[in-house]
Design a protein around this ligand. Structure first.
Ligand code: ADP
Ligand code: MG
Length: 339
């Protein structure tokens, strides 16, 4: 019989990291979310080689204090969640305390950070989960994280990466999504030295639709705005003449998160059914708010999936709000009070 052995800590960390980080775009997502949670108003993302060899994210947020830096890179270390009950009303994008430790387990990481109230900043280097250096330096307010050579010693994972061009496209899509999630934050994305996206942070979603999708789309959208105690939706929906043969046009955010949800997609498509041919999918950018008690965002480490309570009501409300916007009518929902 083969002998049973405990895995060493480095291996345990690498396996756990794979749950959170599977490609460069997941690094960018986690670091962007951290910058947003740090209340940054301007974020720059720069990548080279599709993010495989180089990702640098700079924010002007609250920074990390010197005596907190090591802790930030420990697994399950977070400043955002204290007890499981906090999850009910979580206001931040992060809460698992897994991103920095995961990234540091599988790449070479350098962090430069300075809280606005600190005199000096810190520079911290960590590789394979091992600290290389921690020094004080002069630095601008905020945080810069540089991630080099993702999976450089995890060939089993590296071989699942696509070409640099494809990985870069994933990050581009993510940046567009994040920009539409937060029109109030100025974002810049540079890929291989080329400016790919710049948003002013003026808060106007329609301007972002123009920047990202161009004039034809942005001049064919309708504003949606509906609110009731259970649920609210704002944003833009495309007129039926602008559609695609796949769901890549369907953007939606729930309680400030970019998520995927079969329920939401089904409600969108249901509303468009009378107006659209089969196998065509509409354009939407929806900011949906649902009472926090009715959703669980804690399903998967990457937090892309959400679970709902009162699914039927949410479905009916969203489909109703969209359909009535398309018909140019006010939406008066016909929902009973028994749920
Ligand atoms: P989580 O976001 O789930 O808390 P992370 O591993 O992503 O876990 O980050 C750990 C901690 O490091 C955060 O809780 C936060 O206190 C700090 N942190 C990470 N990134 C930043 C940043 N860009 N600005 C300020 N603090 C940060
Ligand atoms: Mg985080």
């Amino acid at each position: 019989m083969p002998e049973i052995q405990l895995l060493d800590q480095a291996t345990i960390n690498q396996i756990a990291a794979g749950e959170v980080i599977d490609r460069p775009s997941s690094v960018v997502k986690e670091l962007l979310e951290n910058a947003i949670d740090a209340k940054a108003t301007a974020i720059t993302v720069e990548i080279k080689d599709g993010g495989i060899s180089f990702i640098r994210i700079t924010d002007n947020g609250c920074g990390i204090e010197k005596d907190q830096v090591r802790k930030a890179f420990l697994r399950h270390a977070t400043s955002k969640l204290h007890t499981i009950d906090d999850l009910l009303d979580i206001g931040s994008l992060g809460f698992r305390g897994e991103a920095l430790s995961s990234i540091a387990a599988i790449a070479q990481v350098e962090l430069i950070s300075k809280p606005p109230e600190a005199m000096l900043g810190i520079s911290y280097q960590i590789e394979d989960g091992e600290e290389k250096s921690l020094t004080q330096i002069g630095a601008p307010d905020g945080t810069t994280i540089l991630v080099r050579n993702l999976f450089y010693h995890v060939p089993a994972r590296k071989k699942f990466l696509k070409t640099a061009a494809t990985e870069g496209n994933y990050i581009n899509q993510l940046m567009e999504n994040m920009a539409m999630l937060r029109p109030d934050i100025s974002m810049r994305f540079i890929n291989g030295g080329q400016n790919k996206l710049y948003t002013s942070g003026n808060g106007r979603l329609k301007d972002l639709i123009y920047t990202i999708y161009g004039r034809e789309i942005s001049s064919n959208v309708l504003e949606i705005n509906y609110e009731c105690p259970l649920f609210a939706v704002t944003g833009y929906i495309g007129k039926p003449i602008i559609s695609r043969g796949n769901r890549t046009f369907e953007n939606y955010y729930i309680n400030g998160r970019f998520v995927k949800s079969r329920l939401i997609a089904a409600a969108i498509e249901q509303a468009y059914k009378p107006f659209m041919m089969q196998h065509r999918y509409p354009f939407t950018v929806l900011h949906i708010k649902i009472k926090p008690e009715l959703i669980d965002v804690n399903v998967h480490p990457a937090k892309m999936e959400v679970r709902f309570q009162q699914e039927n009501e949410i479905y009916e409300l969203l489909a109703g709000a969209i359909e009535n916007t398309l018909r140019g009518k006010e939406f008066i929902p016909d929902v009973s009070d028994d749920g």
